[in-house]
Design a protein around this ligand. Structure first.
Ligand SMILES: [Zn+2]
Length: 347
């Protein structure tokens, strides 16, 4: 939606939002989704992207590859996004820098950037970090659930970063790519925070304290991320929220995760990473084949993870306001916090 921008290109609040109504606050805030869960394949799932745009988001990062797929399959997906975004410039802007996000808010468009989940996409060489960056990838996590050449996964043996993983972080810091500690083992996530010279993110994860799924993060991981100046994005997957099969508590559970993180690390370190996608049969069959990435004991319903409707996330503005959060904190959680960290990494 069209609106003024409460955040400058440096990610700083540039207007006084304290007197705005909840609706005005939403209209004047950058709404940032640090990661959606659209399956990285061609043809693209543009219906999910369109729902994210219509829900009022300013920015979304969509994944173009993950460890489950052969590494080189990322390239045709990147190519398809670049072409599609170019052909649909009436509603979308491909992201190179923070200025593109500011322009998207001003013009009522959705800024779309790309991310990769797992350093297997580098095929063993840090040289590919800059290649992906030049193609528009602005964020990369280290591991997808299962241990890889970079570090330990959340369903692995809780190992830490490898030498290769440390070199990847240095290269990501050099070229300006957000370092993401989602899907990692606790040890790897904490070491990522130690090694990175820039603020890191955990783009999409919920709190292990509230629901003990191994994909959720321990308090120590959240603290390590926040200590870099980074941000954690609460995520809309019911299997991680703990309400599988019950959509009536989606909003309440997201709020509880936000409450917990805000009490733990402060509201300036909390954001949204929806992981939203409309469920596809391709994803369901992929789950059935790759049980080493999705162990059935942790994913008893296969590819049906319980995706929270993307339209629930905008309701967070009113829900947080009703709980006494200040407008400044709400605007930060809706997007300014992630935007601040992106600005510090990308520029
Ligand atoms: Zn993910």
């Amino acid at each position: 939606m069209r609106g003024k921008v409460a955040v400058s290109s440096e990610g700083e609040n540039s207007m006084d939002v304290s007197r705005l109504s909840v609706d005005e606050l939403f209209q004047n805030s950058v709404i940032w989704d640090a990661h959606c869960g659209i399956d990285p394949q061609v043809p693209l799932d543009v219906s999910s992207l369109e729902r994210i745009r219509k829900a009022g988001f300013t920015y979304v990062s969509t994944n173009v590859g993950y460890d489950v797929l052969p590494w080189h399959e990322a390239f045709p997906v990147i190519g398809a996004y670049r072409r599609w975004l170019g052909e649909n410039s009436d509603g979308y802007i491909p992201v190179s820098n923070i200025g593109d996000v500011v322009a998207a808010k001003r013009d009522g468009k959705l800024a779309v950037s790309m991310d990769i989940e797992g350093v297997s996409a580098l095929n063993g060489t840090t040289d590919l970090v800059e290649v992906y960056h030049r193609l528009g990838v602005r964020q990369m996590s280290f591991v997808y659930n299962k241990d890889n050449a970079g570090g330990g996964g959340c369903h692995g043996e809780n190992t830490g970063l490898t030498r290769f993983g440390r070199n990847v972080i240095k290269e990501m810091n050099r070229v300006g790519m957000l370092v993401d500690g989602s899907h990692c083992s606790p040890k790897t996530a904490i070491e990522i925070a130690e090694v990175s010279s820039k603020p890191i993110i955990i783009s999409h994860a919920n709190s292990w304290v509230l629901h003990g799924h191994p994909r959720n993060i321990r308090d120590e991981q959240a603290i390590a991320c926040a200590n870099t100046g980074g941000v954690i994005g609460v995520t809309g997957i019911r299997i991680f929220l703990g309400n599988m099969g019950d959509n009536s508590t989606d909003l309440d559970r997201l709020v509880r995760n936000i409450d917990h993180l805000c009490e733990l690390v402060g509201p300036q370190h909390v954001g949204i990473g929806s992981d939203f996608a409309e469920i596809t049969t391709a994803l369901e069959s992929r789950f059935a084949k790759a049980t080493d990435y999705w162990p059935p004991e942790h994913y008893p319903s296969g590819g049906d993870l319980g995706f929270v409707d993307i339209e629930v996330f905008p309701q967070l503005a009113a829900a947080l306001s009703a709980r006494g959060y200040s407008n400044k904190d709400i605007s930060g959680i809706l997007g300014a916090n992630f935007m601040r960290v992106a600005a510090m990494n990308w520029e």
